[in-house]
Write a protein that binds this ligand. Structure first.
Ligand code: FAD
Ligand code: SIN
Length: 540
């Protein structure tokens, strides 16, 4: 058993930003950062386009960024939260620059600013086409300089410890559910350990792996959302899954798809169908730079209409110098599979990319469970509403990591007393693995995962309807039943834990989608093509 003052689950931009802040504010307290993979294997590392922020007051304004975010969010953004993120954003971006992150600059020293779908101005700071890698690098280096942060890799957090583990009945109606720490599967020893913490932060990222094709790496399995839901906490707006319009189409490649950043269209890339038509003109006056939901649906519709598995992104009019200056990583990746972007068009198709909903938090990042914060992609702060504006998530993660930190400094004084904590900690049982054995066949796990991804992609993708959702729910129910049986009888493995979490996330997406009897933002149901006048969040 270990004890810490602050427990941070996740080593992406959200977790590391929070860890750095609490560690420097409380140098005599212990901060423990845990990740189930290597230090930098996160969604953050793969971010390409950049971070949206207003830092050119001559040509841009907070009001414009707020308006763009609200338009993309299609009526469901929390306006106060939008204002908070946009207005606090510049200070947070300056902090990561101070920690060592570099963003591209013009010859005169001013920042280069990119544009993506839904933005009315050029405001996206970037580091070539590997912005996330650069930000993650700077954060990991800064964490390494902070003496009171311990960084533990390859530890899989299994469940949040609450009163339930002390023998009390905890339900959604329980008013003050408290978090005392977590159970983790140490992947090096294969043992389940208890980590007890005064304050816990969930920064576990997204859930793209629930779908067959996603831009997300394999860690993105929705663990934080599933854990919180099992602990009877509140999640919201899970139906709003953002599909990125332009993942590289590579036949036969499963799992993580390589992203072709929207910034390529921001710089002039044009989508074409199999007949060479620049089809976006028919769908939206903003053409290739319409918000993501519109572009992804347009591509989906063109693919279905023409019977193809992808459309094309045409960059042949770029000079090689211009393209490689901004997008060297994409240039190299395309070349490695025989696509010279100056001569050939890039085959692209939509892929699951971002979860707009998640753990419901207030404007200080507090979840519905006491002593438990959430920020980054696993959280639903109210910023994105029904559709996230491109490049707003890195910004949101930093702003809310800061707000969780601010609130933690206040709540440090209101935490359980040392005596009460010692009493609780004595009562928390060790993990009970009695009666479990190694699963006999991995196929029971791998096949169920394939089925889940198939069901989610075919029935709960860009376009939905009631029959598809009903079918999806029936199949997920069965997968859930079979996987629970396996879980009860098996020694734990990351594959089994992730499958269990992804089934829970799939269930939450389908359930929320079923409740939303309208089409709004990223949720498009052909049985209800219009918007309902009753504008609401779906909270589960
Ligand atoms: P992550 O960076 O995903 O980190 C999650 C962490 O949690 C990881 O360390 C993981 O190991 C850990 N974890 C998860 N479950 C467990 C568990 N059970 N136990 C222990 N550890 C666990 N956004 C933008 O704003 N601009 C962009 O240009 C942009 N481009 C993107 C490009 C791609 C290809 C992708 C996939 C996303 C992009 N996004 C972009 C979205 C953005 O990158 C993410 O939303 C953001 O980085 C999420 O950060 P995070 O800290 O919340 O989570
Ligand atoms: C991209 O670079 O196209 C992704 C940006 C984002 O998801 O915000």
């Amino acid at each position: 058993m270990r004890q810490t003052d602050f427990l941070v689950i996740g080593s992406g931009i959200a977790g590391l930003t929070y860890a750095l802040k609490v560690a420097s504010q409380f140098p005599d307290k212990k901060v423990l950062v845990m990740t189930k993979a290597t230090a930098d294997e996160t969604n953050t590392k793969y971010a390409q386009g950049g971070i949206a922020v207003v830092n050119d007051m001559e040509n841009d304004s907070f009001e414009k960024h707020i308006e763009d975010t609200l338009v993309a969010g299609d009526g469901l953004c929390n306006e106060k939260v939008v204002e908070i993120v946009v207005k606090e954003g510049p200070d947070r971006v300056q902090e990561i620059i101070d920690w060592g992150a570099q963003f591209d600059k013009e010859a005169d020293g001013d920042y280069k600013r990119g544009k993506e779908g839904g933005h009315s101005e050029f405001r996206i700071l970037h580091h070539k086409d590997v912005t996330g890698r650069e930000m993650e690098r700077a954060l990991i280096e800064a964490v390494g300089r902070q003496k009171n942060i311990e960084f533990i890799k390859h530890c899989f957090v299994v469940d949040i410890i609450t009163q339930h583990h002390l023998g009390f009945l905890v339900s959604k109606a329980t008013p003050d559910i408290e978090c005392y720490g977590v159970y983790v599967l140490n992947l090096e020893t294969n043992k389940i350990e208890k980590i007890l913490a005064r304050i816990t932060l969930l920064a576990t990222g997204g859930n793209g792996q629930v779908y067959r094709t996603t831009t997300n790496p394999s860690i993105a399995t929705g663990d934080g959302v599933a854990m919180l839901y099992r602990a009877k906490g509140r999640v919201e707006n899970m139906e709003f899954i953002q599909f990125h319009p332009t993942a590289l189409y590579e036949p036969g490649v499963r799992g993580q798809a390589f992203l072709i950043t929207e910034a390529v269209r921001g710089d002039g890339g044009i989508l074409r169908n199999k007949d060479g038509e620049a089809f976006m003109e028919r769908y939206d006056e903003r053409k290739d730079l319409a918000p993501r939901d519109i572009v992804a649906r347009a591509i989906d519709s063109e693919m279905k209409r023409t019977g193809t598995e992808h459309v094309w992104l045409d960059c042949r009019h770029f000079s090689k110098e211009k393209f490689t200056d901004h997008f060297p990583n994409i240039y190299e990746k395309c070349l490695s599979i025989g696509i010279d972007i100056t001569k050939h068009m890039i085959p692209v198709s939509p892929a699951a990319h971002y979860s707009c909903g998640g753990i419901k938090t207030d404007e200080w990042g507090r979840s519905s469970v006491k002593y438990l914060y959430a920020c980054g992609e696993c959280a639903s702060t109210g910023l994105h509403g029904a559709n996230r504006l491109a490049s707003n998530s890195l910004l949101e993660a930093m702003v809310f990591a800061h707000r969780c930190y601010m609130d933690s400094t206040v709540s440090m004084n209101e935490l359980l007393t040392d005596e009460r904590l010692a009493e609780i900690w004595k009562q928390i049982p060790d993990w009970n693995a009695r009666g479990t054995s190694e699963p006999r066949e991995m196929i029971l796990i791998t096949q169920s995962l394939k089925e889940l991804q198939q069901v989610m992609s075919d029935y709960v993708g860009i376009v939905r309807n009631d029959i598809r959702l009903q079918r999806a729910m029936r199949r997920i129910d069965l997968l859930w039943e079979e996987t629970e049986q396996l879980y009860q009888g098996s020694t734990l493995s990351p594959q089994l834990l992730e499958l269990r979490n992804m089934i829970t996330v799939g269930y939450l997406i389908v359930k929320s989608a079923t409740f939303r009897k309208e089409s709004r933002g990223l949720h498009f149901n052909t049985d209800y093509p219009g918007k309902s006048p009753l504008v609401q969040n779906i909270v589960l």
